[in-house]
Design a protein around this ligand. Structure first.
Ligand SMILES: [Cu+2]
Length: 165
């Protein structure tokens, strides 16, 4: 996420230049330049999204839900920690559970995990994204960006279509 500071950049440069300056001296202080690490944000997230939908709501509604199908094409689990969108001031991950009486209820969760090589199919009756304190009324057919964030600090932005429930 963060850019290298000038100091760090200078240190990195020194680490690269020092061995060259030492020439072939075998007994000098051997400074081995560490291999440059790719910045975390530069690694692509092995996550693909399909069918991203924001549920249309009538004027005056203050919240709605959104869902999509996520496929983890990688070798490690991907832990979602949140969602944001310009359409809502607050947004959260939610699950739907059926209690012993057969009643369903939603509850917010801190994380949703997409296991390696598997698919998380969100939907109106299951896991979903809750968009609260809407900034405006979404129009049927328009596209709204949804940005999912992951525990390792990366994100995936998808274009969700506003659809009638
Ligand atoms: Cu909800």
């Amino acid at each position: 996420m963060s850019r290298p500071t000038p100091l760090l950049a200078a240190l990195a440069l020194a680490a690269i230049l020092l061995p060259a300056a030492a020439g072939h001296a075998d007994h000098g202080a051997a400074v081995s330049a560490p291999a440059p690490q790719p910045r975390i944000s530069a690694r692509p997230l092995a996550l693909t999204a399909q069918g991203a939908t924001v549920v249309a709501v009538p004027p005056g509604a203050t919240e709605t839900s959104a869902f999509l199908t996520l496929r983890n094409t990688g070798q490690a689990p991907i832990v979602l920690t949140g969602v944001r969108t310009p359409l809502a001031r607050h947004a959260m991950l939610m699950i739907t559970r059926r209690d012993l009486q057969g009643l369903t209820g939603m509850s917010g969760v801190n994380t949703l995990t997409v296991a390696a090589g598997s698919t998380l199919r969100m939907g109106p009756d299951g896991d979903h994204l809750m968009l609260m304190d809407l900034t405006r009324v979404p129009k049927v057919g328009e596209k709204v960006p949804l940005t999912l964030t992951t525990r390792d600090g990366r994100s995936l932005t998808v274009s969700a279509v506003v659809r009638k429930p």
